[in-house]
Ligand binder design. Structure first.
Ligand code: SF4
Length: 336
């Protein structure tokens, strides 16, 4: 894995301008992705995780706008590229798969037709060569009887197989980065696991980087190298998956982890959901966005957004929480 980042996102800030006012969906998000790395972005609905990626790909709805920040991919700022260059880059170098393949696939065309069309359009291959490539891709994503399944329509596939078709289409042009937005949410647990393992296997074989967006910590634990925990449009904690799961340093991450069932405990554990609801991004809290739900909130948390603090255990492990300020009270003595 190269140390030079493939993607560097800096202070990304995105808003939607609605009749009710400005929805501040993403607020100063920074992260990077190295070649061949799997970065998981986790958070509740509305945390800004999908909008972060849609901003980078410039696929926001018409009322959305990146109001500040940069997103360098192999050195060029995606936010400044001409639209036709950006269109070429999407699909060629950066591909995306979504939660529901049915909304991305055309129900009136065979899946073969759709994948062949994509290969011809992006690669300029002949139809014969594109068909051969389509068969290879179906084999790569383990669709049985690849050649004959090219003649099937999307509705003739199961949910899991449709997601495999979408992965095959995404891989048409050997992307350097694959963004997978909740790719397994609509699938049952067994199929979910098969798709995740497939993604990991393909990543290892082809060496591409993956950004995996999910609300499911189990999914991150299964495949990701590094995790970003998002809340209220900001990155609350980041680090290697092993470190963050072993030593979560942000009260929100701690809350997420205690709300996940532990499969290996002998006794039945009651789930502890985080009380309260996510902030209204039309009027986000002035200070830490998690303050209204945080049991350890202090006075400063309500008035000032915390900076990112590096954790002592690893330079790459960081948490955006006032509890890590050198003057912060230890344990619960500072709870409001
Ligand atoms: Fe809780 Fe304050 Fe930390 Fe926010 S900054 S998570 S409110 S302790």
């Amino acid at each position: 894995m190269s140390n030079h980042p493939l993607l560097e996102v800096k202070d990304l800030t995105t808003s939607f301008f609605t009749s009710r006012g400005e929805v501040q969906a993403v607020r100063g998000v920074s992260f990077d992705v190295s070649p061949g790395e799997i970065v998981g972005i986790v958070g509740e609905s509305g945390s800004g995780k999908s909008i972060t990626c849609m901003s980078i790909l410039r696929l926001l709805k018409s009322n959305g706008r990146v109001v500040a920040g940069q997103a360098h991919f192999e050195g060029q700022d995606l936010l400044k590229l001409a639209e036709h260059d950006m269109r070429k880059l999407r699909g060629d170098d950066i591909a995306m798969i979504f939660q529901d393949p049915m909304t991305s696939l055309n129900p009136t065309l065979t899946v073969g037709e759709q994948i062949i069309e994509t290969i011809v359009a992006h690669r300029g291959s002949s139809r014969k060569a594109a068909r051969q490539r389509a068969i290879e891709l179906f084999e790569l994503v383990k669709i049985p009887e690849a050649a004959s399944r090219l003649n099937s329509y999307p509705h003739e596939f199961s949910g899991g197989m449709r997601q495999r078709v979408m992965i095959a289409i995404a891989l048409c042009c050997d992307p350097k980065l694959l963004i997978a937005d909740e790719p397994t949410t609509a699938l049952d647990v067994t199929i979910q696991r098969q798709i995740l393992l497939l993604l990991k296997e393909i990543q290892a074989r082809l060496g591409m980087a993956i950004i995996l967006i999910t609300h499911d910590l189990g999914v991150i634990a299964e495949v990701a190298d590094r995790i970003l925990v998002m809340y209220g449009g900001m990155v609350m904690e980041t680090g290697s998956v092993d470190t963050v799961f072993a030593r979560p340093n942000h009260p929100y991450t701690q809350g997420l982890l205690t709300s996940v069932p532990k499969l290996r405990t002998a006794h039945k554990e009651r789930l502890r959901p985080i009380p309260g609801s996510p902030p209204d991004m039309l009027r986000p809290p002035v200070g830490c966005p998690f303050a209204p739900r945080c049991l350890r909130a202090m006075q400063i948390c309500v008035g000032e957004v915390p900076p990112i603090f590096e954790m002592g255990d690893q330079q790459t492990h960081k948490a955006k929480c006032w509890l890590h300020h050198p003057d912060a009270p230890t344990n619960d003595e500072g709870a409001a």
